[in-house]
Design a protein around this ligand. Structure first.
Ligand code: ASP
Length: 320
């Protein structure tokens, strides 16, 4: 299937643990390859044998619906054997550590471990202990690289480019791994990144990552090409970060009145799951002309296929 059109050596890494540090060439390789899978995924006959004989294990220490399903579908489409493990309900309850669990699974010789964990850094730690490739499917507030890649593919397909666009990431930046991965990717690809949130939900010194910070939606959204909304992650909050949901929506929820400040063709995005009426009004989220939220889910499968293929191609080069 890869008829030489894609040079996988442009991604010279064993794992995909984060976007930080990846080159534009490596990122473009994954995006280009993912793009080539989109049409195929829309066809009835969409199975390939690229990963036949490979085993992908989904190891989720934290709940997930779309990411886990998306990786499962991606692995299946490429002909891999895919196994799902939800660890929060099994061995961890019996006191097994992350590393113990990973070592146990490693002994079953998977080729790729797809790991989600609620602690930042846990996936990297695990990657150091196993001899297969590891994909970070979200670690605490740290990174969620495949989300940023699928967001980038969605933007690139709708706008024809990423370079030079102004992207506003709005809402609970403090608790968001999606925001962090997107900041790294968008900066690497030459976009201008703005963050919009109440002061309590902006991490200290975030400007160091090369972003502009706004505490006012109207000012921050002015002339933006992309409006990326984030979920209010109450499960990660200890204490009170805003007076009430009603007030939060009033100042920071995306509705048509605030959207008017952005460019007329600005694209609306959200990684899901959405809190309708909290960070985004339902009619805006469902606006077929402007919202790319469903497309993001579709791009997720294509991006994860590309990631699995690239990492397995690198394993093959090592003779594994
Ligand atoms: N699904 C994304 C994540 O896992 C965003 C969210 O949960 O709000 O980080």
């Amino acid at each position: 299937m890869n008829d030489g059109a894609f040079d996988f050596s442009a991604y010279p890494h064993r794992h995909l643990l984060g976007i930080e540090g990846l080159s534009p060439v490596a990122l473009s390789l994954i995006l280009d390859r993912a793009d080539s899978f989109v049409e195929l995924n829309r066809r009835h006959e969409n199975k390939l044998a690229i990963l036949s004989g490979r085993t992908v294990m989904n190891l989720f220490f934290e709940d997930s619906t779309r990411t886990r399903t998306s990786f499962e579908l991606a692995g299946n489409r490429l002909g891999a054997d895919v196994i799902n493990m939800s660890v929060s309900t099994s061995s961890i309850k019996k006191g097994e550590t992350v590393v113990d669990t990973a070592m146990t699974l490693n002994a079953m010789h998977p080729d790729v471990l797809v790991v989600r964990h609620n602690d930042a850094g846990a996936v990297k730690l695990l990657a150091e202990k196993v001899n297969c490739a590891v994909i970070n499917a979200g670690d605490g507030r740290h990174e969620h690289p495949t989300q940023a890649l699928l967001d980038a593919l969605t933007i690139r397909r709708r706008k024809g480019k990423i370079q030079g666009l102004t992207v506003a990431i709005c809402g609970d930046i403090l608790h968001s791994r999606v925001a962090r991965s997107n900041i790294h990717l968008l900066n690497a690809m030459g976009a201008r990144v703005r963050l919009i949130a109440p002061k309590t939900l902006i991490p200290a010194n975030i400007e160091r990552l090369g972003v502009e910070v706004f505490y006012d939606m109207q000012a921050g959204l002015k002339d933006c090409d992309i409006v990326m909304m984030l979920r209010l992650q109450t499960e990660r909050m200890s204490g009170s970060f805003f007076p009430s949901i009603r007030e939060y929506f009033h100042f920071f929820g995306l509705d048509y009145a605030k959207l008017e400040k952005a460019k007329p063709d600005a694209l609306i995005m959200h990684p899901g799951p959405m809190n309708r009426g909290v960070e985004i009004a339902s009619d805006v989220a469902d606006d077929i002309g402007r919202s790319a939220i469903r497309e993001q889910v579709e791009m997720g499968v294509a991006v994860r296929m590309a990631c699995l293929e690239v990492l397995c191609a690198n394993l093959a080069l090592e003779g594994a």
